[in-house]
Write a protein that binds this ligand. Structure first.
Ligand SMILES: Cc1cc2nc3c(=O)[nH]c(=O)nc-3n(C[C@H](O)[C@H](O)[C@H](O)COP(=O)(O)OP(=O)(O)OC[C@H]3O[C@@H](n4cnc5c(N)ncnc54)[C@H](O)[C@@H]3O)c2cc1C
Length: 561
């Protein structure tokens, strides 16, 4: 498989790439690792890690050999053999999730064994080894993904909304899976027919070799794969962050790297809105742009490297506002207590007032334009609704593969709402038509969207077009419903912070301190709001990241008061 070059520069040879995935450590490096773990003699055939095991220990081979295997249908597929100087492990070492593979001694010898906690201790104090391990773990996970070595088989179809949702959920969680496409594999369709799996039950997931889940929710998948099993809910955290978009992930990286005990709660997928962006071109340090998935995927791994825990597909449903200990209620009825809280729950796209819009979500109606969606509408006409930067990016991106892109905006033009560089690209692109003063009024179809109707306010009649793909990018509303009035919000529902808070806001929350709220602090002491959910925030990745990191400095002050 193609192994990405994580350190762009000169192209790597195949051997050099291989060496990054399965490096051989030097004597000096091994000696430093030995200080953190224990030496252990092992016999041939000894199983060191079993599939599904959690937590997974880390091994360095001193002598002998260790094989990493993937059991399948009564046999075992060899993934790799580690020899003297090489080490075990992949991304599960960071996440604390279950092992996807079996590790067995194939030649007797001696190993160094470290627990996951000992490995974290080493990573945090030894930058050289930290870099070697991080790179190897991430690249090994990419190999597992490319080889479909995961513990999930998904049988799905491009015509059903659940397939896109679940593919995105597994991909953004970096979880490998094997995909069987019902539209291409007649045998798979027959198999489902025999088991009386109806269209509404698709996609079907075979999870960890036994559980069969029919069109499961993201939460069911997370539960089945044990994504959150390693997270202890009983102890009081220094900092709970609600939302794993750029703002929440930045706060997690800075908080955990500065020694705070950090838990991030994410109702859906790590990455937030940015994770669904096809190409972010205005984020500092990436002159050729970076996909949202790559940027937020790296941030997610970075947060975990520093020891932040991330609970996925389990959102916050309520905040108990009793200072000084805050209690966040979870979707599954549980609670987490924290001494400080950062609200980074972001915003989501507004839906147009068309009654059947949710019927076509994922089956012709999309809120993001990433590579996955572009594959679904390649060679076809698409409609994009919205005049902001995200709509502009989507238009330029989709025009690469779509037959034609119709960009619908209510205003007279794009100048007020979109960056100049995007406006120019749209104006010059032969496959993009900008339709001003135009709005989408109807969606038609059965299982999948077949037709759209739009209205140009200057024309006498509506137009109907056989277009099967609509991207809705029409401004955002804040995700604050779960706060249920606990913190002050502005007239549009965005959270008020710092000097924006009025004396009335403070007295409504019975502000108990002599000092005024810090920058980014709400009218509850120790509760901060960052990123798109905050009133007055500039809706950009850079501001979300900046605010997430700044808030951590104030969290330290609150914790020391
Ligand atoms: C398609 C697209 C393209 C974009 N392109 C660019 C660009 O090129 N450049 C740029 O600077 N900006 C871009 N943006 C804007 C940028 O992505 C946002 O400003 C940024 O993601 C905001 O980050 P955030 O962390 O504040 O919120 P979000 O990204 O919205 O993340 C919030 C997270 O909180 C979670 N959440 C919500 N409620 C709860 C709850 N109750 N409990 C737990 N979790 C919860 C959500 O699931 C989400 O993951 C783009 C946005 C989109 C949608």
């Amino acid at each position: 498989m193609d192994i990405p070059n994580l350190s762009p520069g000169l192209p790597l040879t195949v051997d050099a790439r291989r060496d990054r995935v399965f490096p051989t450590l030097t004597r000096a490096q091994i000696a430093r690792i030995a200080l953190h773990g224990r030496r252990r003699a092992v016999a041939s055939g000894e199983v060191l890690v079993e599939v599904g095991q959690r937590p997974v220990p880390f091994f360095v081979v001193l002598s002998g050999e260790m094989q990493v295997l993937r059991p399948a249908a009564g046999t075992e597929a060899l993934i790799v053999t580690h020899r003297a100087g090489q080490f075990s492990g992949e991304a599960t070492m960071l996440t604390g999730r279950r092992s996807l593979a079996r590790a067995r001694v194939s030649e007797p010898g001696e190993l160094i064994e470290l627990s996951r906690e000992q490995l974290f201790g080493l990573i945090q104090t030894d930058p050289e080894l930290s870099e070697i391990f991080m790179r190897a773990f991430v690249l090994r996970r990419l190999e597992l993904i490319a080889g479909g070595y995961g513990d999930v088989v998904m049988i799905g179809s491009a015509h059903c909304a659940g397939t896109l949702r679940i593919r995105e959920f597994l991909t953004r969680n970096g979880h490998p899976f094997h995909y069987i496409d019902l539209d291409r594999d007649a045998d798979a369709q027959e198999l489902l027919d025999r088991f009386q799996v109806s269209a509404a039950d698709v996609p079907v997931l075979i999870c960890r070799g036994d559980a069969v889940l029919r069109n499961p929710s993201n939460r069911q998948i997370a539960d089945c794969l044990g994504f959150n099993d390693a997270i202890d809910r009983t102890h009081v955290r220094d900092l709970v962050i609600v939302g794993a978009g750029p703002a929440g992930l930045a706060a997690a990286v800075y908080g955990a790297s500065e020694g705070l005990d950090v838990l991030v709660l994410e109702s859906n997928l790590p990455g937030g809105q940015a994770g669904s962006s096809s190409r972010i071109e205005n984020y500092l340090g990436f002159p050729t742009g970076i996909s949202g998935l790559d940027l937020t995927g790296r941030a997610y791994a970075q947060a975990q490297k520093f020891g932040a825990q991330v609970m996925v597909a389990k959102g916050a449903t309520k905040l108990t506002c009793a200072h000084p200990l805050y209690s966040v209620h979870l979707e599954d009825g549980g609670r987490i207590e924290a001494r400080a809280l950062i609200i980074a729950s972001g915003a989501q796209y507004r839906k147009p007032a068309i009654t059947n819009v949710s019927q076509f979500e994922g089956a012709g109606v999309y809120y993001a334009a990433s590579r996955m969606e572009s594959q679904l509408c390649g060679g076809e006409e698409v409609v994009i609704v919205g005049g902001g930067n995200s709509a502009g990016q989507a238009a330029v991106f989709l025009a690469q593969t779509a037959k034609h892109v119709h960009l619908l905006v209510r205003k007279d033009g794009l100048a007020e709402t979109m960056s100049r560089y995007l406006v120019l690209r749209i104006e010059e692109h032969p496959k993009i038509t900008l339709r001003t003063q135009t709005e989408l009024v109807a969606l038609e179809g059965a299982q999948h969207l077949d037709r759209v109707r739009w209205r140009d306010r200057r024309a006498s009649a509506d137009e109907t077009h056989d277009i099967r793909h609509v991207f809705l990018m029409t401004g955002a509303v804040p995700n604050t419903g779960w706060l249920d009035g606990c913190v002050a919000v502005d007239k549009n529902g965005f959270i008020k912070t710092g000097s924006d808070l009025s004396p009335d806001d403070l007295s409504a929350a019975a502000w108990p301190l002599a000092r005024p709220p810090y920058l980014l602090e709400t009218n509850r002491p120790g509760v901060f709001a960052v990123g798109d959910v905050r009133g007055g925030n500039i809706k950009r990745v850079a501001s979300a990241v900046g605010e997430g990191s700044i808030a951590v400095a104030f969290v330290h002050q609150v914790l020391h008061q």
